[in-house]
Write a protein that binds this ligand. Structure first.
Ligand SMILES: [Zn+2]
Length: 234
């Protein structure tokens, strides 16, 4: 186990030295395959999200494939601390279908919680969205998705409930999945999916009939670390 992690890190270091940053070989999203995943004791994720967030929800240009529905939060609404560094929540937004695949399987949607530390380093928490129960926390957004011209202002949204109790995850070094595809993004894909009703998914897909997800990118020797105890499917 340990030697595998060391190998991964060694490969990562080699890439960092040998390749120019313009090569863009550590891109997102990726397929999280069992073969590329290494079990590890990962540093704990401590989420601190408010139950009363004020959100400004914007339509950034539907149906453009690079556009989305983005909820901007005010500073202090949420953060995640890992290995002593706190990353503050800036915004969260949605993709259809999911950007990350797990063992080749995609889900109807995915949400990305974008965080930055004080130095501007990005950490994105992704959570895949499956068909199931209606998402009550996000119902005010998905029952009235905003137009480009008219952002939606919401008060007291319980964003704490968007993070599951079990925060086991897959973690890897990747990039933004939209222009300019900047690398050095810490990715945390939570293993526990969120559910949306088929109506909620349909409302989003009506805005993005051509989808708004980037295609899967090659791993190029990266490995994925995981503290997921049991494979979801076998
Ligand atoms: Zn995204």
């Amino acid at each position: 186990m340990k030697s595998l992690v060391s190998t991964c890190l060694a490969v990562a270091a080699l890439f960092a030295v040998a390749l120019p940053s313009s090569a863009q070989l550590a891109q997102s999203p990726i397929n999280i395959s069992k073969e590329a995943t290494v079990k590890a004791n990962l540093p704990k994720l401590s989420f601190s999200y408010t139950q009363k967030a004020n959100l400004t929800v914007k339509n950034t240009g539907a149906p453009d494939i690079e556009a989305t529905i983005k909820a901007l939060v005010v500073p202090g609404a949420g953060s995640v601390t890992v290995s002593g560094t706190t990353y503050n929540l800036l915004q969260f937004h949605f993709h259809t279908p999911s950007e990350h695949a797990v063992d080749g399987e995609e889900t109807p949607m995915e949400v990305h919680f974008v965080h930055a530390d004080n130095a501007g380093n990005l950490l994105v928490v992704g959570r895949r969205i499956e068909f199931g129960e209606k998402n009550e926390v996000l119902a005010p957004i998905f029952s009235k998705l905003p137009t480009i011209a008219a952002p939606l202002m919401l008060n007291k949204v319980n964003i704490k409930d968007l993070i599951p109790e079990t925060t086991t995850s897959y973690r890897y070094a990747g990039s933004l999945t939209t222009e300019p595809y900047t690398e050095g993004v810490k990715w945390v894909v939570l293993s526990e999916p969120m559910t949306f009703s088929s109506k909620q998914v349909a409302a989003f897909q009506r805005l993005f009939p051509l989808n708004n997800s980037r295609e899967l990118q090659p791993l190029n020797g990266r490995c994925i670390l995981s503290d997921v105890r049991k494979a979801k499917k076998d």
